[in-house]
Design a protein around this ligand. Structure first.
Ligand code: AHR
Length: 613
């Protein structure tokens, strides 16, 4: 599951390496988390919201002045641009640099650079021979690699008209750390006295499957390597917006980047929407996983709490129409209005879309009982083959949501390990017990977020009150028992997704997270929960197998067995939630040619790191 939280989108899986590339905000560090100096936690003590227009992340080189102006808008969506004023007496190297998303990873590879620039100075008299762009150390000033954009004699940065310039930096150096910058510089003798304007400055290292405007390579690979089969996006709370106006509007996340205004996201920072609907879909395509598209369902959160605001019943047709347009953009052929629009954005082939989620966590809202049935039947009528997912059911609120046969229910659980142990058999008779015939379950968000003891819940105060910081092996054990309970019931539980997937350790909104990262790709940490899911996902059966015990029952061992028909393999998955090793003998009533096993253990127990494979 992915939403932009903890700078997991901008500054995270979105491959753009420059912070605040269009002066809209974000990337500000205020407050700090113990052990993570300079990191940001959004809470009542840190109410400063880093929204633009701001100069955050940009710094002058040499004797120049940098400021923001709205007098030379690049586009309607990106009206604020950076003005570079170069004094008449400037000498040497002048320009500016960007500090990246808490640094820039510099290692051998090709970096794609682009930016828009213009001038309106009559003195721009054609003496400019080149602009240099380079990757540098922020500590020593050393230049690792550079490239130039040449200007032929008599030419200059185009007067009056915005022009996009691009080049590649082919870098062979490995920086010792990620405290690096991207610099854009001039020779002052060529431009002294001039004024230039810049916007949408971009630096893209290699992306996942080399997709332009794509996904950060190592993070894209992490999800791929886990054995994921689908991606739920774009939220989460970040879909809903703090207000109706600030919701995730799919049609503002598509097309040229110059047409994407971005928005104030739900997690305290500005979203560029460079990672938009098409980019999410293309990532799914490149990773060979299915999209599970969450659509805005007429409910937005309230910044002061979860009371929220809903579209009134007599205006739900507007919400439905927007959803149908979005689906047409994803699945329509080029003969349709929005299919043609997608084609004009470079993807003529329609995407396969089998799952749509109607909203997010709508149990917070009292209006789902009229919003859900209206949207369900409207979407179903147009797209009968798409499985529609309800984000609420009568589980935890006193209202009536009937999920039609063929529909799915998304349940979320952030709990203690003991809760997940108790839920082991929750799905065993769920359909029968709840009269939800032919309704299936999507566990759309789950994680152990607190650790409990026989004496009660232990509250971890950092970084968010009561949340543990990292997913521990204990968390993976609780979650593993829950997932095994789900896997025993494949007729009921069709999909599961841990949340949140990623955290940038410089801006933590929520813990624990599946994968933690910084700008430095060597610092990416795949959690114990990640390893646990990788084991479950990579060894998938096509049918569950009955298991007969000769002694003992579930707890502290929990298991499921399955057979994979095509590969003729039997998988036995077992979690030990107890304190001791337990000898286990498994007898198969079929002959077999080989046995392999993998055990996930913690260093504390084994004095080894995770042992996989
Ligand atoms: O995963 C963090 C948040 O938890 C999600 O945005 C929301 O759906 C849930 O409450």
């Amino acid at each position: 599951m992915h939403e932009d939280i903890s700078h997991s989108g901008d500054g995270g899986i979105y491959g753009e390496a420059l912070v605040n590339r269009a002066f809209q905000g974000s990337g500000v560090s205020v407050g700090s988390v113990a052990g993570f100096p300079g990191s940001y936690v959004q809470d009542s003590e840190n109410p400063i919201l880093p929204f633009g227009p701001v100069m955050t992340g940009w710094h002058p080189i040499g004797d120049v002045s940098l400021s923001l102006t709205v007098l030379h808008p690049l586009s309607e969506a990106l009206p604020v641009v950076m003005e570079l004023d170069i004094p008449y007496n400037a000498t040497g190297e002048i320009g500016f640099y960007n500090e990246g998303w808490w640094g820039i990873d510099v290692r051998p590879g090709t970096y794609n650079v682009s930016f828009y620039a213009k001038s309106d100075e009559p003195r721009s008299n054609g003496t400019l021979s080149k602009i240099d762009v380079s990757l540098r150390s922020n500590l020593t000033g050393e230049t690792f690699s550079s490239s130039s954009i040449p200007f032929s004699p008599g030419n200059n940065i185009s007067s009056f008209e915005w022009t996009q310039y691009s080049t590649q930096i082919v870098n062979t150096a490995t920086a010792p750390n990620s405290n690096n910058t991207f610099a854009l510089t001039f020779d002052a003798s060529e431009v002294a006295g001039n004024t230039y304007y810049f916007n949408l400055l971009s630096l893209f290292p290699e992306t996942f499957k080399n997709r332009p405007n794509g996904i950060r390579k190592d993070l894209g690979e992490a999800i791929f390597d886990m054995g994921s089969t689908f991606l739920r996006f774009p939220g989460g709370n970040n879909l809903e917006g703090y207000s109706v106006e600030q919701r995730w509007k799919w049609n503002e996340t598509i097309g040229p980047l110059t047409d994407r205004p971005g928005r104030v996201g739900d997690w305290g920072y500005y979203n560029t929407n460079g990672l938009g609907l098409l980019e999410y879909l293309e990532y799914c395509e490149d990773a060979n996983i299915e999209p599970l598209l969450a659509v805005y369902a007429g409910y937005s959160l309230d910044i002061y709490g979860q009371a929220g605001v809903s579209f009134p019943e007599d205006r739900m047709n507007e919400v439905l129409e927007d959803i149908l347009n979005e689906i047409e953009y994803v699945t329509g052929d080029t003969g349709t209005k929005y299919g043609a629009l997608r084609a004009s954005h470079g993807h003529p082939e329609p995407f396969k879309l089998n799952y749509i989620e109607i909203g997010n966590e709508d149990w917070f809202s009292s209006t789902y009982p009229y919003r859900f049935p209206y949207l369900y039947s409207g979407i179903k009528q147009a797209y009968p083959d798409i499985t529609l997912i309800s984000t609420a059911w009568n589980e935890n609120i006193d209202y009536n949501i009937t999920i039609p046969a063929g529909g799915m229910w998304d349940t979320h659980h952030y709990e203690e390990p003991s809760f997940f142990l108790k839920q082991f058999d929750y799905f065993d008779n769920w359909q029968e017990n709840t009269n939800n015939t032919n309704v299936t379950v999507f566990i759309g968000e789950y994680s152990v977020f607190q650790v409990d003891t026989p004496d009660g819940v232990v509250n971890y105060s950092m970084p968010l009150d009561t949340h543990i910081f990292n997913p521990k092996l204990l968390a993976a054990i609780g979650e593993g028992v829950y997932l095994i309970g789900a896997e025993r019931n494949p007729n009921v539980v069709k999909m599961t997704a841990y949340a949140p997937s990623f955290v940038n350790l410089n801006h933590i909104n929520w813990t624990p997270d599946l994968v933690a990262f910084t700008a430095n790709h060597d610092e990416t940490v795949l959690s114990a929960s990640y390893r646990m899911q990788q084991l479950l996902a990579r060894f998938r059966g096509t049918e569950t197998l009955p298991v007969t015990t000769t002694s003992g029952d579930f707890n502290p061992l929990w298991w499921v067995a399955a057979i994979n028909g095509p590969s003729n393999s039997v998988y036995f998955k077992v979690v030990n939630s107890g304190n001791n090793s337990i000898p286990l003998t498994i007898n198969l009533d079929v002959s077999y040619s080989s046995v392999n096993g993998t055990i996930l253990v913690s260093p504390a127990r084994s004095k080894r790191d995770f042992r996989c494979g």
